[in-house]
Design a protein around this ligand. Structure first.
Ligand code: URA
Length: 264
């Protein structure tokens, strides 16, 4: 059973990780929080949520990610919901990548292989990266939600999108990954990713085509590859490719005539 202090620290850290900067509290609560803060500074309280970038500035990016992966495996806010499956799927790619791609949650194949974006949507993503002139090993690929959302007995190979609670529970992990990696830009693949990283309420069509921001990192929102697998319309493919061209330009990557005119 978590103690009241652990629950409170976890909740507060979660709020901070989600971008909240202010919380009105009364004098009694302020006194308790001040005492806990002094305890924590003396090292008597274990951190409730991952904050390696702030807490351990001397750690390498690899060490920070290894630490986060370890925390994610037993991530209580997600486990406590009871709606996510057992296997934790963390991330793949280059910890020093300039480009970070963030999806929503692992599906059947990702859970089986323990790696994000290796199923049909992942294979399409790999093709898109190749068309950009990038290998999977050159970028960092992760998900907002680290566990495959459960569908109980009807699961089989079926997948579902994570609920707002499931996204919120896992959010501190991806936020800490972003702080560890500090990529030059992030691509949100699909609406769940944008909801998580940007707190966006609009759909992808309204969010794409502009630079947004998450923790000071420029963000581009585009369609999830699985949407393109369901929707063969050339307009959807063109839109995703335009978003990727904008990303390439932002990263200062060379863009050939062929790449420029792929879907024209
Ligand atoms: N869809 C996602 O959003 N993430 C994966 O890892 C796989 C499919």
């Amino acid at each position: 059973m978590p103690t009241l202090k652990q629950l409170a620290v976890e909740t507060l850290t979660h709020m901070v990780e989600g971008g909240q900067e202010r919380l009105p509290v009364d004098d009694e609560a302020r006194g308790i929080l001040r005492q806990w803060m002094m305890d924590a500074r003396r090292g008597s309280v274990p951190a409730a949520a991952p904050a390696p970038a702030a807490a351990e500035p001397e750690m390498s990016v690899e060490q920070k990610l290894a630490y986060l992966q370890q925390r994610a495996a037993d991530w209580k806010p997600a486990r406590r919901l009871g709606t996510l499956r057992e296997t934790m799927v963390f991330a793949v790619g280059n910890p020093h990548a300039r480009l970070m791609l963030v999806g929503e949650a692992p599906g059947y194949e990702e859970e089986r292989q323990g790696e994000p974006f290796v199923g049909p949507a992942g294979q399409l993503l790999t093709k898109v990266l190749k068309a950009m002139g990038l290998q999977r090993s050159e970028v960092y690929i992760s998900n907002v939600c680290k566990f495959r959302p459960s569908m109980g007995e009807n699961q089989g190979t079926a997948n579902r999108a994570p609920s707002p609670e499931e996204l919120a529970a896992c959010l501190p992990l991806i936020m800490a990954e972003i702080r560890a990696i500090r990529p030059a830009c992030i691509v949100c693949l699909g609406g769940s990713s944008a909801k998580g990283l940007l707190g966006a309420q609009q759909g992808v069509s309204a969010l794409r085509g502009q630079w947004l921001e998450c923790q000071g990192v420029p963000v581009r929102v585009t369609y999830h590859p699985s949407y393109l697998l369901r929707n063969e319309a050339i307009s959807a493919r063109r839109a995703l490719w335009e978003d990727m061209l904008a990303v390439m330009q932002h990263l200062g990557m060379p863009i050939s005539e062929k790449q420029q005119h792929y879907f024209q």
